[in-house]
Design a protein around this ligand. Structure first.
Ligand SMILES: Nc1ncnc2c1ncn2[C@@H]1O[C@H](COP(=O)(O)OP(=O)(O)OP(=O)(O)O)[C@@H](O)[C@H]1O
Ligand SMILES: [Mg+2]
Length: 299
């Protein structure tokens, strides 16, 4: 049975996508069979893998069709150069919005403003949202279950918010782990605390708790005071979250800002660059940690 690795941090631009792509390539080069599941409607992951669905394209099968129950994940998978891909589409933004009144409900009650208002209040109540959340946040987990035996790893990229999409990604990690990229900046603190609270809340509904494999420092500049301060903070925070801060850090480097435009992944675009070398070192540390947690050898 494959292992799900969900990249998550609701803070934007922490290198979730870059890390997910690097991990997909490294693991596939080791001979593992990989599926990537892109829950971010920005579609950067798919762009780098050369199969992004264009903005207005409603036809090409994507995770939007899976989330809306029109297709099974099996039916939307594409075969890429080094991994299989379940692509995102721009329409997924709309899917993850909170549900308002339906047109039929409005038509039925339009002469009764009090009833309409009550319906609106009910829709946005915590209780209703909790019900919606439960119903709509396990779709991807259930779908991945149907193909998990076909892969060694399923790498799930998420978008930078705690949307229903991200919650789907986090719940899917009950079949594996969450990997948290983070970098030295004040806003990282708040984002990590919120992720911690979210996992705590989601875990109360999970039979198997969602675990974090580790926190990875990205965009790292070693000789700054901020880097040292945040390293200490992230070590403490990782401990609180029942996990570790990886020893490997991904150095900040220019080529990382260029690879998506070149429509490939970083390791292919700049194989000898600092960040690529760091990702390769991280790959080894990741597999060692996984071996420890799973009680069997990965390498
Ligand atoms: N090691 C690095 N050095 C320099 N720039 C980096 C590094 N890692 C990531 N970046 C840059 O930071 C930006 C965000 O990276 P990436 O898209 O991987 O993050 P993300 O967390 O997936 O973002 P989002 O939250 O928008 O999905 C990109 O412009 C990328 O080029
Ligand atoms: Mg991203």
């Amino acid at each position: 049975m494959g292992i799900v690795i969900t990249l998550a941090n609701q803070k934007g631009g922490v290198a979730k996508t870059t890390t997910g792509l690097a991990l997909a390539r490294i693991l596939s080069e080791k001979g593992y069979k990989i599926l990537t599941v892109n829950l971010d409607p920005q579609r950067n992951f798919d762009q780098a893998l050369g199969c992004a669905i264009s903005r207005r394209d409603l036809q090409t099968p994507s995770l939007f069709h899976v989330l809306t129950g029109k297709m099974q994940i099996k039916e939307i998978i594409k075969h890429g150069e080094f991994c299989d891909i379940a692509p995102a589409s721009n329409q997924m933004y709309g899917w993850s919005m909170p549900e308002g009144l339906t047109k039929a409900e409005y038509e039925q009650n339009k002469d009764n403003p009090e009833k309409l208002l009550n319906l609106v209040h009910e829709r946005f109540s915590d209780e209703y949202q909790a019900k919606i959340n439960y119903k709509y946040t396990h779709i991807i987990e259930e779908q991945i279950k149907t193909i998990i035996n076909d892969y060694d790893f399923v790498i799930v990229d998420t978008n930078p918010s705690l949307s229903l999409l991200t919650m789907n990604g986090l719940n899917a990690a009950s079949m594996g782990y969450v990997l948290v990229p983070a970098y030295a900046e004040e806003t990282s603190r708040e984002a990590l605390l919120e992720l911690y609270d979210t996992l705590f809340a989601l875990n109360s509904n999970q039979i198997k708790p969602i675990r974090i494999i580790g926190v990875l420092m990205t965009k790292y500049v070693s000789n700054t005071r901020a880097a040292k301060r945040y390293e200490k903070y992230l070590t403490k925070m990782a401990d609180k979250m029942g996990t570790v801060l990886f020893k490997t850090k991904i150095r900040r480097s220019i080529s990382v800002t260029e690879y998506i435009e070149a429509k490939t992944d970083l390791l292919n675009y700049d194989p000898k660059g600092n960040a690529s070398l760091d990702y390769r070192a991280f790959g080894e540390e990741f597999l060692a940690r996984l071996s420890e947690l799973e009680g069997k050898h990965f390498g």
